[in-house]
Write a protein that binds this ligand. Structure first.
Ligand code: IMP
Ligand code: MG
Length: 179
């Protein structure tokens, strides 16, 4: 069913049940890959808040979680390519195995910025887990991108944490823009 958010129209792309299923699979994979250590998950707010919450419930190995807040869309439908650093975290990640949790990798600019910033803090490793990836929009290769929920086309999407003009984050399914 179509839905309208502000001036744009959207239709369903990924149903909540498919998201749940995929998160369970990724969760199992992460537990197996990180069972030798106590990983630090760094959630990138705002868009990934639901994904982080659902993913972390699938993690049954000891782990720590912290958050950072970055912005590059500022409520619009295209990346401005300028990243604003809104909230930083104080946790010492030197020597730690770090897994960044993102809602979506679009141009790859935000991921690239955050990875460079974290590298200075000398973690043992940095990997990235993103619910969504728009492969055709990537401007930079991101070698750290290890877990991807769904690869999607380059159009604009909302729901399950992702917003248009700060709205639509509460939708259970993910929707793509049709108009
Ligand atoms: P990138 O820096 O271009 O890779 O974009 C990363 C950030 O832009 C994501 O973490 C999202 O917060 C936001 N973003 C990218 N594509 C979309 C979209 O289709 N809908 C909503 N937000 C998006
Ligand atoms: Mg994000």
């Amino acid at each position: 069913m179509k839905t309208k958010i502000a001036d744009l129209e959207f239709e369903p792309l990924i149903k909540a049940e498919a998201i749940d299923e995929r998160i369970k699979t990724i969760g199992k994979q992460i537990c197996s890959d990180y069972k030798h250590c106590v990983p630090v998950f760094i959630g990138v707010l705002n868009g990934s808040f639901l994904f982080i919450a659902d993913l972390i419930k699938q993690i049954d190995i000891p782990c720590e979680i912290t958050f950072t807040k970055l912005a590059s869309y500022y409520g619009g439908t295209k990346s401005t390519l300028k990243i604003r650093d809104d909230i930083d975290f104080a946790m010492d990640i030197k020597g730690r195995e770090v897994l960044i949790i993102e809602d979506i990798v679009d141009t790859g600019n935000t991921a690239h910025y955050l990875i460079e910033k974290l590298q200075v803090k000398e973690p043992a490793s940095i990997k990235l887990c993103s619910l969504l990836l728009k492969p055709a929009s990537l401007l930079k290769k991101i070698d750290e991108l290890k877990y991807v929920g769904f690869e999607i086309e380059s159009g604009f999407v909302v729901g399950y944490g992702l917003d248009y003009k700060e709205m639509g984050r509460n939708l259970k399914d993910i929707y793509k823009r049709v108009k």
